[in-house]
Design a protein around this ligand. Structure first.
Ligand code: PRP
Length: 182
């Protein structure tokens, strides 16, 4: 008998239907870490940059699977506020000296592509040795800004995803799995 997706009524009005289990996430994150370790084996100037807030959980797991020396840094980027649509304006805070370093920007989700485009543009102005993008999720149907993704966890449908760091109005970041908000 086929398993039905688990449902988690998180508030009186909202339900989260599991899309990707915690176990599948951990398996995929482990594979990404191995791949990144192999690709960056010859450098000692890797900076992993976590894009807060959404990527905090993914980055914490990912770096535990990265077996080459790296520094871990953080920036914050926000454009969604409490809504389910991008405001079209990205607020970026945080300063990192990336000049001459290999940088790996870690995102939780690439939706329209606006946030990662803005972040990449800012960093490329500072002359890093290289810039790669790693995202846990991408939503190709929502893309408005072209983005080259170097490391991808999962492709997801054009629905509002929460869990494993990703929020809706500040809620659901603590879930260990990914789900669709209904
Ligand atoms: C989310 C997510 C990405 C971005 C993706 O951040 O963490 O950074 O939106 O969307 P885009 O591709 O359409 O730009 P959000 O603005 O919700 O801030 P948060 O990470 O602090 O929740």
């Amino acid at each position: 008998m086929k398993n039905r997706p688990r449902q988690f009524p998180m508030t009186s009005k909202e339900t989260v239907v599991e899309l990707i289990s915690a176990e599948k996430i951990q398996q995929r994150v482990g594979k990404l870490g191995k791949l990144i370790s192999s690709d960056f084996a010859s450098t000692e100037r890797l900076i992993v940059i976590c894009v807060l807030k959404g990527a905090f959980m993914f980055t914490a797991d990912l770096v535990r699977s990265i077996e080459v020396p790296c520094h871990i840094e953080f920036i914050q980027a926000s454009s969604y506020g409490n809504g389910i649509q991008s405001s079209g304006k990205v607020c970026i805070t945080g300063t990192i000296d990336v000049t001459g370093h290999d940088i790996l920007v870690v995102e939780d989700i690439i939706d329209t592509g606006l946030t990662i485009s803005r972040i990449s543009h800012e960093f490329l102005n500072c002359n890093p040795a290289s810039l790669k993008i790693c995202t846990l999720l991408e939503k190709p149907a929502a893309r408005k800004h072209p983005v080259t993704i170097d490391y991808l966890g999962f492709t997801v449908p054009n629905r509002f995803i929460v869990g494993y760091g990703i929020d809706y109005a500040g809620k659901y970041r603590q879930l260990p799995f990914l789900g669709i908000l209904e």
